[in-house]
Design a protein around this ligand. Structure first.
Ligand code: FAD
Length: 562
């Protein structure tokens, strides 16, 4: 059996190595148009930022080591230019010698990845304007950044890679501005989680221009002028384009393989394309999202690597291993904060018309009495009634990855809020609390499902009418330091004795700092006959960054001392 693989990084190299483990006698040829194989593209921003100082550490394998270990014929700097399905051959071009030749296959695997989007803007091909996909891009960017005259950087696009680049360029001492067309950074997470991160990014001195697009670039004697949709022009020495990526379907299209609704290579559950002798993995394929049921492309290293393994098993042992799809579990470190997401955000659920409820809590990374505990915010979306967990987003300073992975696992297994409440974690004070943040998130969501807690959200204050009561149950000092609208203040611990100050029959909107005291107040009021009470989800400390990150002209309400 002869296997030919196109693309030798995440998906392609994984497929090749597993093929060899499965079949010692197969002939395996892997083509890579770049110079390197199986390198750590996820580490590239950190090499640019000198966090990773040894360039060689980026290379998980070399062509020679891969050949030696796995007996695989690795052909770097060789681009496959055509797939000839009728003759079961590919046409390859050796970029060093210029030689063009045909290579026969019994089974072919496509793992060509995704290519950065480069919109046709005036001046976009000019000097100093880069995309970051591979080692060659990295070397260009790094040499440019190290020039003494490179002092200002503009990063276009505030996605995962854009933010990693912003942090790394900033840590090299550059003055960094991030331009983002959307009203928030990291569009896979919902606005409140992004707002917390945006405040952190700004606090580090990185300039964030949201709701702004770039209309063109002009070269000057000293650098680049970046022209913005707002009419402003930014001077920069280097520009990083991180606008997004799109699946590389050129070969698949040329070979007339089926391209799916999301514009990725169509594969069935066995990762087999519309041609039974051709399989495909990685960023170039589309697959059904297990939550929305809609076709989707995942641009992540984990799924690409795992698909490679499944694909190789199906190639050698027959189509027995089905791929279940990705829920897009992703994480990023941005300065001191970490933010991660798994599942489908509330915004995406709304777009897909999927009914859901949202709950947000803040909890300590470990026991508050043990030094170093840091707050993290967890937002869940879940199905009303059944409580099926649809998404989880976590932002904080410590222990975010651990909680996100737990929540991701529960989403992947169609788990429910009930499972979060009973999740048994390893506890000692340096690691967690007796009730882990995952449990706390579950408890809060369960209260909503059981209608023991009724919420309102940071952007719903304009619903409050003059007939309603807005009640702040924080302490007097907290209230005086900053409050929302004309809230009245009855600290939680005084509420039972001051109920006569709350007129009966009114709708009472309650808030506290993080949501917990508000919930306790709500329980008192509900059981004292107040039938219409709502508690602010995430409390003042979630409302505040949301408000600060909402453009002034769009803020619908007033606040004091924000
Ligand atoms: P790739 O790994 O991109 O490999 C495709 C290869 O195919 C390329 O090397 C390309 O040169 C080659 N190729 C394409 N066409 C041909 C052809 N015709 N002939 C020969 N060779 C061809 N994901 C995460 O989950 N976490 C992260 O932190 C993360 N960070 C990232 C940081 C950066 C800077 C980048 C660029 C990506 C990052 N990713 C991250 C995404 C992750 O790297 C990709 O999802 C993953 O590599 C996709 O694997 P793939 O095999 O589909 O494509």
């Amino acid at each position: 059996m002869k296997y030919v693989i196109i693309g030798a990084v995440a998906g392609g190299a994984s497929t090749a190595a597993r093929l060899r483990r499965n079949d010692e006698h197969a002939e395996i040829v892997i083509f890579e148009k770049g110079e390197y194989i199986s390198y750590a593209n996820c580490g590239l921003p950190y090499y640019i930022g000198n966090v990773i100082t040894n360039r060689n550490a980026l290379f998980v394998q070399t062509a020679a080591s891969f050949n030696k270990r796995f007996n695989i014929d690795v052909r770097t700097l060789t681009e496959v230019t055509e797939i000839n399905r009728s003759s079961k051959t590919v046409t390859a071009r050796n970029q060093t010698t210029g030689e063009v030749y045909e290579e026969q296959y019994d089974k072919l695997v496509l793992s060509p990845g995704a290519e950065p989007v480069r919109p046709p803007l005036p001046g976009i091909s000019g000097k100093g304007i880069f995309t970051l996909r591979n080692v060659a891009d990295t070397d260009f960017i790094k040499s440019y950044v190290l020039k003494e005259e490179t002092k200002k950087a503009v990063v276009i696009g505030a996605g995962f890679i854009g933010l990693e680049m912003a942090e790394n360029l900033h840590s090299l001492g550059l003055d960094v501005t991030v331009i983002e067309m959307a009203p928030q950074v990291l569009t896979p997470v919902d606005f409140p989680i992004a707002a917390i991160l945006q405040q952190h990014i700004r606090s580090k001195g990185v300039h964030l221009e949201l709701n702004t697009s770039v209309t063109g670039f002009e070269q000057t004697e000293t650098g680049i002028q970046v022209v913005l949709s707002t009419g402003h022009v930014l001077d920069s020495d280097i520009v990083i384009l991180s606008i997004g990526v799109k699946p590389d379907t050129r070969l698949a299209t040329q070979a007339d393989l089926k391209i799916g609704a999301a514009k990725g290579i169509y594969v069935n559950e066995y990762l087999q394309t519309s041609d039974p002798d051709i399989y495909a993995v990685g960023d170039a394929i589309e697959f059904t999202n297990p939550i929305t049921g809609k076709p989707m492309i995942t641009y992540l290293a984990g799924p690409a690597n795992k698909q490679g393994r499944i694909c190789a098993d199906n190639l050698v042992f027959g189509n027995h291993h089905s791929y279940k799809g990705s829920i897009n579990t992703a994480i990023v470190k941005v300065f001191d904060m970490t933010v991660g997401t798994a599942g489908t955000s509330s915004r995406q659920l709304q777009l897909a018309n999927i009914s859901h409820q949202v709950s947000t809590i803040t909890s300590g990374s470990h026991a508050g009495y043990y030094p170093g505990s840091k707050q993290m915010t967890i937002q869940l979306a879940f199905t009303p009634g059944t409580g099926r967990l649809l998404s989880a987003q976590v932002v904080g300073y410590d222990g975010v990855d651990k909680r996100l992975d737990i929540l991701s696992s529960i989403i992947q297994h169609d788990g429910t809020i009930a499972e979060l409440t009973e999740f048994e974690h390893a506890y000692a004070p340096p690691f967690s609390s007796a009730k882990d943040p995952v449990n706390m998130a579950g408890f809060a969501a369960e209260n909503i499902l059981q209608k023991r807690s009724v919420l309102f959200y940071w952007n719903e204050f304009d619903k409050i009418t003059p007939q309603d009561v807005l009640l702040d149950v924080r302490t007097k000092n907290e209230y005086n330091a900053g409050r929302i609208m004309d809230a009245i203040n009855i600290p939680l611990d005084e509420l039972r004795s001051r109920l006569d100050e709350l007129p009966a029959g009114k709708t009472v909107y309650i808030y506290c700092l993080g949501g917990l005291r508000g919930y306790l107040a709500q329980r008192i009021l509900m059981q004292e006959g107040y039938s219409d009470t709502l508690n602010l989800s995430g409390g003042y400390q979630l409302w505040k960054p949301c408000m600060l990150e909402t453009p002034v002209k769009e803020r619908k309400i007033e606040y004091q001392n924000l």
